[in-house]
Design a protein around this ligand. Structure first.
Ligand code: NAP
Length: 326
């Protein structure tokens, strides 16, 4: 089974009970619960699996023992397909209210209507913002160790960051690269202790703590990364073939802003414990919300998604008298 959903035969202008925006675990979870509430549901998203596509093996989702991320996405997708939920591979441009309904405007495939919306739009990769980062993107600069580690067999690499992504990525890279420099701006890691332990045990890892990357240089490919000590300002030039920037994610602030959805100071969508946003009828779930920042897991996304769909169901029932019906 492919990760790409079968082409959907929904027609522009079609009305739904719920439109789920996104295509990661939270979106699949919301679609599943929504369909099981017998709500006519449409999913509109861009990348099947969302950030989960960048994971390797997942072994912390109860009931799925040591499953590959790809198989996990296929399972989620098959589960949703069982309920015949159409999936439209598209970018949502804007959402606005028209009477009691929401109109979801897509970039290329027209508008769709729904009584309730569940936003599961995820987050975007953070960049370092140093010279050479954009110039060498895809030519030694990578944002996904899990995707690109095998390309660096017998090479020397830098990994930047101190969270789960960086530590998990560094550990993976030690299996391919001859040398892995792990550069982190503090001397403590925020990653789960198990990842820190695994990395520290590897003989081909060198930790450069209290340090930051200031420059990435090369010819056609990355050749050199400059690292500066944040303690005494000393600089070190590392001769490497690649740099993995794994410094976290930022929410899509603009999407929330242009659709009147309230966010916290960092741009994460504000939800209450029932996943309600400030706009009645619009719910949110997963990494795009301000809930449980710093502990993003597939299981937490799935939990939020189930609650969001439950709330959408209640909202639709409560507002039934006013609705024109899907
Ligand atoms: P994260 O937890 O936000 O960590 C980002 C790391 O990058 C932090 O160590 C941070 O330093 C550093 N950083 C941030 N901005 C930086 C900058 N401009 N320059 C240098 N360093 C910078 O991000 P993540 O590791 O990508 O994880 C994101 C979420 O996914 C987390 O909730 C994580 O738990 C989850 N995740 C889970 C798993 C898993 O469970 N297997 C795997 C991967 C990710 P400070 O520590 O100093 O802030």
């Amino acid at each position: 089974m492919s990760l790409i959903p079968r082409p959907s035969n929904v027609k522009p202008g079609e009305k739904f009970d719920v439109i789920v925006v996104g295509l990661g675990p939270a979106a699949y979870g919301a679609a599943l619960y929504s369909a099981r509430y017998m709500l006519k549901t449409l999913v509109i998203g861009e990348t099947p699996g969302g950030q989960l596509t960048e994971a390797g093996e997942v072994d912390d989702y109860l009931g799925l023992i040591g499953v590959s991320a790809t198989d996990m996405i296929k399972t989620f997708s098959a589960h949703v397909a069982k309920y015949n939920v159409p999936i439209l591979m598209e970018t949502v441009d804007s959402i606005f209210k028209d009477g009691q309904e929401f109109v979801v405007k897509t970039k290329r495939k027209g508008d769709y209507r729904a009584k309730a919306i569940i936003l599961a739009i995820g987050v975007r990769r953070r960049k370092l913002g140093v010279p050479g980062e954009d110039q060498f993107a895809g030519r030694g600069v990578s944002y996904c160790s899990i995707c690109d580690a095998p390309l660096f067999k017998e090479r020397r690499v830098v990994v930047v960051g101190g969270g789960n992504s960086a530590l998990e990525g560094a550990e993976l890279l030690t299996r391919y690269a001859t040398k892995v420099y792990l550069v982190h701006r503090r001397d403590e890691f925020r990653a789960q202790p198990i990842y820190v332990k695994l990395v520290k045990e590897k003989p081909n890892v060198e930790l450069l703590l209290n340090s930051r990357v200031t420059k990435i240089e090369g010819d056609k490919l990355v050749r050199k990364v400059t690292v500066e000590s944040l303690k005494d300002g000393t600089k070190r030039e590392l001769e490497v073939d690649g740099i993995f920037i794994e410094i976290g994610f930022d929410p899509d602030v603009q999407f929330a802003k242009r659709n009147g959805i309230e966010t916290d100071e960092f741009g994460y969508i504000k939800v209450d414990e029932w996943m309600r946003t400030n706009v009645p009828g619009i719910f949110a779930a997963g990494d795009c919300t301000q809930l449980w920042i710093g502990f993003r897991q597939v299981v937490t996304a799935a939990a939020q998604a189930a609650v969001a769909a439950h709330s959408a169901y209640n909202y639709i029932n409560e507002t039934k008298g006013n609705s024109s019906g899907a």
